[in-house]
Design a protein around this ligand. Structure first.
Ligand code: A2P
Length: 319
C-alpha cells in the first residue's frame, strides 16, 4: 500500500475506507472485509453514529488477517458540540472506547463550526455558538494535549479554508498534519493543494465518488453525478476499469489520500484494485480540465436562519 509521509514523519496509507453513511448492520462487515482485502486506513467520526460497530469490524479484521494494531491507521473526528476545552478529552475518550482502541493515528476537528454542548444537530440558529466565542485555538490546545498524553499520534482538521489553516498554523505548537476536505474532479481545489504542499500538510479527499448515498436534505436538485461523467467514463473504458477506480486513482496520483465509502464487498475490492491503475499525463490533464468548483457538501446545512455561520465565513473562498 502506497503511503504518504505526514509532517511528523508518520505514514498515512494513501487509500482508506470511508464510513460516513455506512449503515448499522453493514459497516462492521465492510470494515472487516476492507482489512481482509488490504486496506490499512479506516476513516471514522463520532457523528457517523457507527463507531462501535466500526470498532468490532476492526477487531475482527485484525484477527482474521493476523495484522497488529500498529499496521492499521485509524482516523476519527471531534464533533461540533465538543470544541470547548473541557469537552475535547471526554469526546475523544468516547470515540476510543467505541472503537475499542487505545489510541488514534489521527484525530481531526471535523468542522470549523461550534454547536451548543447538548446539540447533536441544530434545529434552529440559536443552537450554534459563534467561532469567536470558542476559537479554534482553544480546541487545538486540547488536540495537542491529546498527542502529549499519548491518545493520538497525529492531529489535523477537516473542512478548513486556507485562511483558517494559516490562522491555526500561526497559533499552534503542533502544526496540523492533515486537512480533510471534499475533493474530486468537479472540486479540485488546486490553490488549496498547492498551499498544503508548500506547508507540508496532507490533503485527504472526502466524497471522492460524489457521495450519492447521502440524505436527500444534503442534495441539490440539479447536482451532476461525477460517477457518470463522460470524460472519466472514457478514460475508464480505455483502462478496462470503472469510473470509480479512475476517480480514486486520480486522487492518489495527485498526491492526496482518499477515502471512498463502500459497504459492498465487491466495490470495496474494486476500489482497492484502483491502486493498480496508472493514469497517463494526458489523462490527468483531461481530468484537470473538469473542475467546476462544485461542492456536493456545501455547508448550507449550517447556514440556516439565525446561524452565525454563512457559506462565506465557512469557506473563506479565495479561489
Ligand atoms: P456502496 O456503499 O453501496 O458501494 P463517497 O465515497 O463519495 O461518499 O461515495 C459513496 C457512494 O458511492 C456510496 O453510495 C457507495 O455505494 C458508492 N460506491 C462506492 N464504491 C463504488 C464503486 N466502485 N462504483 C459505484 N459506486 C460506488
Amino acid at each position: 500500500m502506497k503511503t504518504l509521509k505526514l509532517n511528523n514523519q508518520k505514514n498515512i496509507p494513501a487509500l482508506g475506507l470511508g464510513t460516513w453513511k455506512a449503515e448499522p448492520g453493514e459497516v462492521g462487515a465492510a470494515v472487516k472485509k476492507a482489512i481482509e482485502v488490504g486496506y490499512r486506513h479506516i476513516d471514522c467520526a463520532a457523528i457517523y453514529g457507527n463507531e462501535k460497530e466500526v470498532g468490532e469490524g476492526i477487531q475482527e479484521g485484525l484477527k482474521s488477517t493476523g495484522c497488529g494494531r500498529e499496521e492499521l491507521f485509524a482516523t476519527s473526528k471531534l464533533w461540533n458540540n465538543a470544541h470547548r476545552k473541557e469537552n475535547v478529552r471526554p469526546a475523544l475518550e468516547k470515540t476510543l472506547a467505541d472503537l475499542g482502541l487505545e489510541y488514534l493515528d489521527l484525530y481531526l476537528i471535523h468542522w470549523p463550526i461550534v454547536f451548543k454542548d447538548e446539540v447533536q444537530f441544530p434545529e434552529s440558529g440559536k443552537e450554534y455558538v459563534p467561532l469567536k466565542d470558542v476559537p479554534v485555538s482553544e480546541t487545538w490546545e486540547q488536540m495537542e494535549k491529546a498527542v502529549s498524553d499519548g491518545l493520538v499520534k497525529s492531529i489535523g482538521v477537516s473542512n478548513f479554508s486556507q485562511k483558517k489553516l494559516k490562522d491555526l498554523i500561526s497559533n499552534s505548537q503542533i502544526k496540523p498534519a492533515v486537512n480533510q476536505i471534499e475533493l474530486h474532479p468537479f472540486l479540485q481545489q488546486k490553490g488549496m493543494l498547492e498551499f498544503c504542499n508548500s506547508q507540508d500538510i496532507i490533503l485527504t479527499a472526502y466524497s471522492p465518488l460524489g457521495s450519492k448515498d447521502r440524505p436527500e436534505s444534503l442534495r441539490a436538485k440539479d447536482e451532476k453525478p461525477i460517477l457518470e461523467n463522460k470524460v472519466i467514463a472514457e478514460i475508464a473504458q480505455h483502462h478496462k476499469a470503472s469510473t470509480a477506480q479512475v476517480l480514486i486513482r486520480w486522487a492518489v496520483q495527485r498526491g492526496t489520500t482518499v477515502i471512498p465509502k463502500s459497504s459492498n464487498p465487491k466495490r470495496i475490492q474494486e476500489n482497492f484494485d484502483s491502486l493498480n491503475l496508472e493514469l497517463t499525463a494526458e489523462e490527468m490533464k483531461k481530468i484537470g480540465e473538469l473542475d467546476l468548483h462544485a461542492r456536493y457538501i456545501d455547508g448550507s446545512i449550517f447556514a440556516s436562519e439565525g446561524s452565525p455561520y454563512t457559506l462565506e465565513n465557512i469557506w473563506d473562498e479565495t479561489e
